[in-house]
Design a protein. Structure first.
Length: 260
């Protein structure tokens, strides 16, 4: 299995210099781009449960060696666009791109349906302090954008379940940014282009719970790329992927950005 951080698309040098914190002035940050599941929304293992449903749908039985290998990849690539993950997991043996895409889309539909059912069952909640942090940042004049690796239908289900439809000015999924999710910087840059909230990428702060969030943030040129320890990856993984700061949770972000 290929490690996500040594994948050809994630070559050394693309994550910045993780051991040198970015130099920034808190008052300079105008745009804050936040991940959802694991960062502002408590996931509580729902991604893995939805993956189990998708794997069964594709004929991969939980407990089998194939399932264990695939689950390890899902965990390593938390934060990446889910359709991209399924393109890797269910690539056609003969390399046929059409067959790969068809299989990936079947798996993704099963995943999104299972995750949606878990959301409908009330299995999600905001990370403690997340809403207050978002509201504090906005009250201080910062523009906040919520992003996800899920499809739009799942992102909307999360927003509805949390009562967050009108919480922020803009929400983005990979399809809203041309189809490429993390570790590409596209959603961060789309947030900048669509809001016009900052004059320079150095005025952006990014926060997320996965290595892929960190890579995307560093690739975007954001001055602050904050990892939070409420989701998939630990402090060491976040730092290795380029975090400029590691926080206990997103609730600590306003203080980091000079908002009290």
């Amino acid at each position: 299995m290929v490690s996500p951080l040594t994948h050809p698309d994630h070559t050394p040098g693309n994550t910045g210099t993780p051991d040198t914190p970015g130099t920034f002035r808190p008052d300079d940050i105008r745009l804050v781009v936040l991940d959802m599941a694991g960062t502002t929304v408590a996931d509580d293992g729902l991604v893995e449960r939805a993956f189990d449903a998708a794997a069964r749908h594709m004929g991969v039985e939980p407990g089998s060696p194939a399932h264990a290998e695939q689950l390890a990849y899902v965990r390593a690539t938390m934060g990446e666009s889910k359709i991209s993950v399924f393109r890797h997991l269910f690539a056609a043996p003969d390399g046929d791109p059409h067959a790969t895409e068809q299989a990936a889309r079947r798996a993704n539909r099963a995943f999104e349906a299972a995750y949606g059912d878990l959301v409908d069952d009330g299995r999600i909640a905001p990370v403690p302090g997340a809403r207050a942090a978002i509201e504090a940042l906005q009250a201080a004049g910062r523009t906040v954008v919520l992003t996800t690796g899920f499809a739009r239908v799942t992102q909307d289900a999360l927003l509805d379940a949390l009562g967050w439809r009108d919480l922020v000015r803009l929400t983005l999924c990979p399809a809203d940014a041309g189809g490429r999710g993390r570790p590409y910087p596209d959603m961060v840059l789309a947030a900048l282009l669509r809001t016009g909230a900052a004059d320079d990428v150095a005025q952006i702060a990014v926060a997320g719970d996965t290595s892929y969030d960190m890579i995307a943030g560093r690739r975007s040129g954001a001055s602050v790329v904050a990892g939070v320890r409420t989701g998939a990856h630990d402090a060491a993984q976040l730092s290795a992927a380029g975090a400029t700061h590691v926080l206990g949770s997103v609730a600590e972000l306003p203080a980091l950005l000079g908002v009290v």
